[in-house]
Design a protein around this ligand. Structure first.
Ligand code: GDP
Ligand code: ZN
Length: 300
């Protein structure tokens, strides 16, 4: 049994569960029956395979997937690392909430990495407060938040530990420090990380040849950033509320089923907003995304 770490030209590269870190993967073909059933193996699939005479293998069984991303097309990703710089570029909670909507929709865990903490001056209390508030807000909703500074190596150990045993995607605008984080965490993988770094840092991506990079601690990361396309085309507008984690439970108490939380009477989400229990920024973004989705639906 093993994990497909790469797919290329009809071959699947399977890293055996018993193999040591760094040990080569086995080049496999897939059994023809997968094509008939319309279910081909994906990078990230846990599979059973049989060795053939020439040292190659045949994938004989695809184990059930926990998740299945489309961009990049990877199975069994369970963690999205959302990389946001606190400066250069400034922290955008709007963009962060947009990422979180997509992550909730895919059913992944999220780790929010606030990078470039060293760029906030000691006496810049406004900037410091903004970061503290964001951290408190997202922690209270139930997300993990980690402050990092790559030149100082701050947060690198915690992040490396968190990636252990996970298949992760890194997400975030270009220039926020994704590559630097990787290099801070895995200096020994220098060559490899500079390669992934290049791909992660690039603005636009061809996602056809996604590959999982072994981190050496049982963790793997996709060499292509996740959620590089943040339109809402794959999401139904009625699903949006459930992608705001703190709204989901509240909405069970709303007077109307299918409450949009925008104008209906007896809305528990708006009640919580007025009581200060739901953050204004979150509600504002929800309403804006809702409108954006409606507008898109009209256009297509
Ligand atoms: P990516 O495009 O997301 O991979 O971003 P990079 O890792 O390439 O970083 C973009 C720029 O920000 C580079 O000039 C880095 O040196 C710088 N940078 C990244 N992380 C940090 C950090 O924690 N602190 C500071 N001061 N600069 C950083
Ligand atoms: Zn409501």
């Amino acid at each position: 049994e093993g994990l497909i770490v790469k797919a290329l030209s009809g071959y699947y590269y399977v890293k055996d569960d018993e193999a040591l870190p760094g040990e080569a993967s086995v080049q496999c073909r897939a059994r023809g029956v997968f094509r008939i059933k319309g279910k081909s193996p994906l990078v990230g699939d846990r599979v059973t395979y049989a060795l053939t005479e020439n040292g190659e293998g045949t994938v004989t069984e695809i184990h059930p997937r926990s998740t299945e991303l489309i961009r990049p097309q990877v199975a069994n990703v369970n963690l999205a690392v959302l990389v946001f710089s606190v400066k250069e570029p400034d922290l955008s909670l709007n963009l962060l909430d947009k990422f979180l909507v997509h992550i909730e929709h895919e059913g992944l865990d999220a780790l929010i990495c606030l990078t470039k903490m060293d760029l906030i001056d000691e006496d810049d209390t406004a900037a410091r407060e903004a970061v503290e508030n964001a951290k408190a807000l997202y922690t209270s909703i139930g997300y993990e938040v980690l402050e990092t500074s790559s030149p100082q190596g701050v947060g690198a150990d915690q992040l490396r530990e968190r990636l252990q045993g996970e298949i992760s995607v890194f997400s975030g605008q270009s220039g926020v420090g994704k590559s630097s984080l990787l290099n801070a965490m895995f200096p020994k993988l220098d060559l490899l990380t500079s390669e992934i770094s290049l791909r992660l840092g690039r603005g636009r991506h061809t996602t056809r040849h996604v590959e999982l990079v072994e981190l050496g601690n049982g963790g793997y990361i996709a060499d292509t950033p996740g959620f590089s396309q943040l339109d809402f085309l794959e999401l139904g507008v009625e699903e949006l509320g459930s992608c705001f984690r703190e709204f989901a439970e509240l909405s069970e108490g709303c007077k109307f089923r299918g409450c949009t939380h925008l104008h209906e009477p007896g809305c528990k989400v708006r009640e919580a907003l007025e009581a200060g229990e739901v953050a204004e920024s979150r509600y504002k973004h929800y309403a804006a995304f809702y409108q954006e989705m409606k507008d898109k639906k009209r256009r297509y």
